[in-house]
Design a protein around this ligand. Structure first.
Ligand code: ADP
Ligand code: MG
Length: 375
């Protein structure tokens, strides 16, 4: 029997999406084909401390823990790390005694938000020369920064809403100047967001000067860069994309909001079952709009140079105009998340999704390894 590949699943993390990551990791670990792969769980605490397989497993529900081999789960309880040194690539234990790493064949970052989805961890894994699931450093960073992302979309000729942006320090030093710019370029109502965050944290709608000041102050707590967008009145449609240079789009799905008063999809509504929001796949749209969404989703994927997986989010306006909202390079992978649901409805069960993602990681690593490095 061929040796099982060791897959380091990293979860938790320092962002506000720590808990969502634990839920995503649970789904991923449960879906990994244990006959082909050995799961090596690695957790990052909210403080940024890396926990080895033993303590990491304990952050997962008991039934998920049982799916991890006792060999992978056992072992000393020391903290671990990955070094940016290809000659020592693998999981290093920080006990001061072992200095040979436990090999990892592939790393699966199941982290959302800052220090996980934003290219920082990807940079470390690229330096360590370990194949990893998902986007590389560039695409991860561009997918996280809504200003950089929009610039790339615009450059690719993709339709996006009107937007402008400013720095927190500009806001702090001259509010009137920022306000004048927002009034001139966007106007009210508008959406104010931290440029580098997710799950609707720090996002609010402003209808006048007073609410804008509140919204900008709030967004400034979370980022040094703030983006302001025109308010788009549209249905929220999403499309999952997987693959490397020849990526494929799933059937699109749609968030259906039942209550008229719902302002926009906030964190609670996306990740809990309030009963107010349903994710429906396929989205209730015509074949031709579906096709346009799928084409645009793969174009957006290419525009940021994505790899492995992403979820691309759209607004569909009542007049049929389609706008790209954003791309998420490590979308939620929980049992209630859109990404797995869209693939399931497209005929790809989650176990196959996970298998494919691991294959794409290896393929991308090989493709990069073809580059000559000496001149
Ligand atoms: N320009 C906009 N017009 C109307 N609603 C918006 C706009 N931007 C964001 N929203 C609403 O806020 C939610 C979160 O914004 P989004 O840009 O997707 O940020 P996040 O990265 O937090 O998911 C969206 O799903 C949508 O409901
Ligand atoms: Mg979003």
């Amino acid at each position: 029997m061929p040796k099982k590949l060791r897959i380091g699943v990293i979860f938790g993390g320092r962002s506000g999406e720590h808990e969502v990551s634990l839920r995503s990791a649970r789904s991923v670990i449960e879906a990994i084909d244990k006959s082909k792969y050995e799961v090596v769980p690695i957790a990052i605490t909210k403080e940024g401390n890396w926990l080895g397989p033993g303590p990491a497993s304990q952050l997962l529900p008991a039934e998920t823990q049982r799916m991890i081999s006792s060999e992978a789960r056992s072992g000393p309880d020391e903290d671990v790390t990955i070094l940016g040194d290809p000659s020592r690539s693998g999981l290093m234990r920080l006990d001061g005694e072992h200095n040979s790493p436990d090999p990892l064949d592939v790393v699966f970052p199941v982290l959302h938000g800052t220090y996980g989805e934003d290219g920082t961890l990807q940079g470390l894994l690229e330096m360590a020369a370990i194949p990893f699931v998902g986007c590389g450093t560039l695409a991860s960073a561009c997918g996280m920064d809504k200003v950089a992302m929009k610039a790339l979309f615009k450059d690719a000729g993709l339709p996006i809403c009107k937007y402008t942006w400013f720095l927190r320090t500009e806001w702090e030093s001259d509010r009137d100047k920022v306000l004048r710019r927002v009034r001139k370029e966007i106007g009210f109502p508008c959406f104010v967001k931290p440029a580098n965050l997710g799950s609707s944290v720090g996002v609010s709608k402003a209808v006048d000067k007073t609410s804008f000041v509140k919204a900008a102050d709030l967004a400034s707590r979370y980022d040094r860069k703030i983006i302001v967008e025109e308010l788009v009145d549209g249905r929220e449609i999403e499309c999952a994309v997987m693959g490397n240079d020849d990526a494929k789009a799933s059937l699109p799905g749609e968030y259906v909001i039942h209550e008229e008063s719902a302002r926009f999809l906030d964190y609670t509504e996306k990740y809990s079952s309030t009963g107010n929001v349903d994710f429906v796949v396929p989205a209730r749209i015509s074949k031709s709009i579906m096709k346009r969404i799928q084409t645009m989703a793969t174009q957006a994927y290419k525009a940021i140079d994505a790899a492995g997986l992403s979820r691309v989010d759209f607004f569909l306006k009542p007049d049929g105009e389609l706008l790209l909202n954003e791309i998420n390079t490590l979308p939620g992978l929980t049992d209630v998340s859109g990404f797995p649901k869209m693939w399931a409805a497209s005929g790809v069960p989650f176990q196959q999704v996970i298998d494919d993602l691991i294959e794409f990681a290896i393929e991308r690593h090989r493709e990069r390894a073809r580059n000559e490095t000496s001149i």
